[in-house]
Design a protein around this ligand. Structure first.
Ligand SMILES: Cc1cc2nc3c(=O)[nH]c(=O)nc-3n(C[C@H](O)[C@H](O)[C@H](O)COP(=O)(O)OP(=O)(O)OC[C@H]3O[C@@H](n4cnc5c(N)ncnc54)[C@H](O)[C@@H]3O)c2cc1C
Length: 442
């Protein structure tokens, strides 16, 4: 059995940042990073840019090829862990390789959720069926994007069907529309991006999609799929309508999953539970990124918030603590950004709060659908706790800074919603804070 000081399972935002942080503290300990994938590394948020043809596949990488050798990190591609024994401190790969370790980090992200849709002929949709099918895809890895792009190009696809109008569904929509394809988007709730957008914000993006000869089916889902051999040909929706499918992307969400740990070996809830040092319930086993539930500074509880910047921060925290520091993760909040053909949007924090005098919640908004503009700021107890910006996202960093730093905005309340709200209107004390460089990061 091979032995290492630090074993990192996962070679993405959380895993790579953890390795870098370990090296800051410990220049000598042996570090191995394992990934089940065959790419050296890539940025997940960029895979739909590659799909859209905006960047070549090489530009999806975010660490140079010499990153691993420079930091003396042993990277093993195509190494899928199938069992992690947290007591014996060893991990076993699909090909039978064994890795003993002093400390391990689980940074394995999440896996796409596959709804068990009925398939004509009696089967149910699952991962195996998707792998076998020629024209049904998930879209969470670079390999997914590569296969999907190759299929579209080879078969002259003109229309794409997307199941799910959340972040990944919309990123897929953005890419398809850029490629000149029509889309049919099927979403269970009454609007797209429903987890973070309200009706007004969604309506601007929905209009843009419909303008492009594309369709959105809300309060609907796929009830049954029809296949010819390994190809989907038709989908039947809950409202009874049938749509022809040239290609189907299943994008109903991603869930943290640790199938390689014995049941009960780690405390889990909606993700692996960690403390502020990213330690799991098992000694010397850490976890970070999309696979954990960690502190949400606005919700006041631990939640699974699957976004890149938080995976980076959690990975760094885990790495520092694995190497002996005592560094606490400060928590984070949700944020996402989508651009549909020129209309950019960002939502952050608690966007679904309604005005409520007893909880001191105020909601300020400006809606100008004719110019694809919407701004909504949610204030609770004089602090900004959420924002939706559509059509003008330049000030997103300022709002994110106000949320993150819990700034009292009672004196700038009247300006905060104005179109030209900027640094100049911020409280003087906070401006100083920004000038010395401790404030905004987005
Ligand atoms: C299409 C798409 C667009 C996105 N856009 C944005 C965006 O615009 N902004 C944003 O903030 N976030 C975005 N996200 C989310 C963001 O990519 C994730 O939050 C981030 O990648 C999480 O990083 P991670 O390191 O926790 O996990 P991941 O990036 O999921 O990486 C997991 C790693 O673990 C490895 N792994 C998994 N299981 C095993 C195993 N059993 N054995 C060995 N290795 C394993 C994988 O190969 C991979 O290296 C997007 C995600 C997707 C899919």
């Amino acid at each position: 059995m091979e032995k290492t000081d630090y074993l990192i399972i996962g070679n993405s935002a959380a895993g790579i940042n953890a390795a870098e942080a370990i090296r800051e503290q410990d220049g000598r300990g042996k570090v191995i990073i394992l990934t089940e994938e065959s790419y050296l590394n890539y940025s997940k948020p960029l895979i739909t840019y590659y799909l859209a043809g905006k960047i070549p596949i090489e530009q999806t990488g975010w660490q140079q090829g010499d990153f691993y050798s420079r930091l003396d990190i042993d990277i093993r591609l195509n190494t899928k862990i199938v069992h992690l024994d947290v007591e014996q401190k060893k991990a076993i790969s699909a090909s039978g390789d064994k890795f003993g370790f002093q400390k391990a980090l689980i940074a394995t992200g999440g896996s796409p959720i596959i709804p068990a849709i009925e398939v004509d002929g009696g089967k149910k949709l699952d991962k195996k069926l998707i792998n076998r099918a020629e024209n049904i895809f998930t879209l969470t890895t670079l390999e997914d994007a590569r296969k999907l792009k190759a299929y579209i190009e080879k078969n002259g696809v003109e229309k794409a069907t997307i199941l799910g109008g959340g972040l990944i569904g919309l990123k897929a929509a953005e890419a398809f529309l850029e490629l000149g394809l029509r889309i049919e988007l099927i979403e269970l709730s009454d609007r797209i991006l429903s987890a973070t957008f309200d009706k007004q914000a969604s309506s601007i993006v929905e209009e843009r999609i419909r303008d492009l000869n594309s369709n959105i089916f809300t309060q609907n889902t796929i009830e049954k799929i029809y296949m010819e051999g390994n190809r989907i040909t038709k989908a039947q929706l809950t409202d009874g309508s049938n749509i022809d499918c040239q290609v189907l992307v299943v994008a109903v969400g991603v869930a943290p999953e640790v199938p390689f740990v014995d049941s009960g070996a780690l405390d889990t809830d909606r993700g692996i539970k960690v403390n502020q040092f990213m330690e799991t319930s098992a000694p010397e086993i850490f976890a970070a990124g999309d696979v954990v539930q960690a502190r949400d500074i606005l919700a006041g509880e631990d939640r699974n918030i699957a976004i890149w910047p938080l995976a980076v921060m959690q990975g760094k925290t885990a790495g520092l603590n694995m190497a002996g520091s005592h560094y606490a993760y400060g928590g984070g909040f949700f944020m996402n950004s989508v651009e549909i053909l020129g209309v950019s949007s960002i939502s952050m924090g608690l966007t679904s709060l309604e005005p409520d005098d007893s909880r001191k919640v105020e909601v300020l908004s400006q809606f100008k659908p004719e110019s694809n503009y919407y701004k909504k700021i949610i204030i609770r107890e004089n602090k900004v706790v959420g924002a939706i910006l559509v059509g003008a996202i330049e000030r997103a960093g300022i709002y994110a800074g106000l949320i993150k730093n819990g700034i009292d905005v009672s004196n700038i309340r009247d300006n905060i919603i104005s179109e030209n709200f900027g640094l100049i209107q911020l409280p003087a004390d906070y401006q100083k804070h920004l000038v010395v460089g401790e404030g905004i990061e987005v």
